[in-house]
Design a protein around this ligand. Structure first.
Ligand SMILES: C[S@@+](CC[C@H](N)C(=O)[O-])C[C@H]1O[C@@H](n2cnc3c(N)ncnc32)[C@H](O)[C@@H]1O
Ligand SMILES: COc1cc(-c2oc3cc(O)cc(O)c3c(=O)c2O)cc(OC)c1O
Length: 356
């Protein structure tokens, strides 16, 4: 038997660490409850710092639950979801933080559709079966749990399909804005761009809006394009399969696409994109927006941990993968590209430019 020489202090610290991991699911539930109660919306509507009792009243929480709600808010403040300050009379009042600002539903940059997607039981339930899945022949924990792949379940549930599209579009609204502010040079001067797997076109519309000289096209599966009710005056929508062919353009954008697929599939997608763009001398390039595990602009210790958790999510749902730089390099070179440049820009994600 292996000898253990851990001191009692060390073991107590380890116990605290295990508790931290054990109770982490409650952090997700705090987020869920905040959304259900609409705490961020109430603070935003109030327009100034709010006392606990006023906040509880605005949220229709009965007086019998105000004490419990106060304890809940204390935890949320500790998690930096909200902040509290004292006014001149010493009364404690709650305010929004950057995190809760992203939970205000009427804001354009609103993460709530994405949170609703991730917190849906369809997304969470299969994580309970990771253990038995490892010993099963099934491709994903999702398939192990539900008996069929995610996309089949989505096809059967139009309400989930809408939730998926809205979740993705809400992310593109945030990313689109930040990219246009911090990475303008990546898109500057492009005559045309195709957003491959562009979904409802939120990102392509943000690019077309910021660069009126760039002709933007969205490629997505026919059944996605056919149901779109988006305004298509700014961008053109094309139904098709990125594994078969990609519409010609000076640049091809792949935002949150390659993390869905295994290496072999990524190489095929990149090859189709390479066929769609001109040579490097004529300005051709591919723009990938995805994570590069280990590279982040977020200095917080949990940054890489979140990237790794995202990797588990993609493995659990769709046999996708979040890649580190050497894993990216492998597929980029295998698809026939000669050079690449990584620019970390959005906390956990990077822009990767590929040149033919
Ligand atoms: C994770 S979503 C990303 C959507 C969008 N790029 C974004 O970041 O919000 C993946 C998208 O790829 C599309 N997709 C999946 N398979 C495809 C295929 N074979 N050809 C074209 N699009 C595809 C899906 O319909 C979906 O809209
Ligand atoms: C590859 O095919 C599909 C991918 C996805 C999918 O699902 C999720 C779900 C989620 O909770 C977070 C995510 O970031 C993603 C994705 O990035 C992603 O691509 C979903 C599908 O059907 C709805 C797919 O067929």
């Amino acid at each position: 038997m292996e000898e253990t020489n851990f001191g009692s202090q060390e073991l107590l610290e380890a116990q605290a660490h295990v508790w931290h991991l054990l109770f982490s699911y409650l952090k997700s539930m705090c987020l869920k409850c905040s959304l259900e109660l609409g705490i961020a919306d109430a603070l935003m509507n109030h327009g100034k710092p709010m006392e606990l009792t006023d906040l509880a009243f605005a949220l229709s929480i009965p007086p019998s639950k105000v004490e419990a709600f106060g304890r809940f808010m204390t935890t949320l403040v500790n998690l930096e979801l909200f902040s509290k300050k004292q006014d001149i009379s010493g009364t404690t009042k709650f305010v929004l933080t950057p995190m809760s600002h992203l939970l205000v539903k009427k804001e354009t940059m609103n993460m709530t559709p994405f949170l609703r997607l991730i917190l849906d039981p369809l997304m969470c339930d299969s994580s309970h079966t990771l253990g038995p899945w490892f010993k099963s022949p099934m491709e994903t924990p999702f398939e192990f749990h539900f008996g069929k792949p995610l996309w089949e379940v989505v096809d059967e549930k139009p309400e989930f399909n809408n939730m998926f599209n809205e979740g993705m579009a809400s992310d593109s609204a945030l990313v689109g804005d930040v990219v246009m502010m911090t990475c303008r040079d990546v898109f500057k001067g492009l005559k045309s761009l195709v957003d491959v797997g562009g979904g409802t076109g939120t990102m392509a519309r943000a690019i077309a809006h910021a660069f009126p000289g760039t002709k933007c096209t969205v490629l997505d599966l026919a059944h996605v394009i056919d149901t779109l009710k988006e305004d298509n005056s700014l961008v053109e929508y094309v139904g098709g399969d990125m594994f078969v062919s990609v519409p010609h353009a000076q640049a091809a954008l792949l935002k949150w696409i390659l993390h869905d697929w295994n290496d072999e599939e990524c190489i095929k997608i990149l090859q189709r994109c390479k066929e769609a763009i001109p040579s490097r001398e004529d300005g051709g390039k591919i723009i990938i927006i995805d994570m590069v595990v280990g590279i982040t602009t977020d200095k917080h210790p949990y940054a890489v941990e979140t990237q790794l958790l995202f990797d588990l999510l993609m493995m659990s749902l769709v046999s996708g993968k979040e890649r580190n730089e050497s894993e990216w390099k492998k597929i980029i070179l295998a698809a026939g590209f000669t050079d690449y440049k990584i620019t970390p820009f959005l906390g956990l994600r990077s822009v990767i430019e590929l040149y033919p």
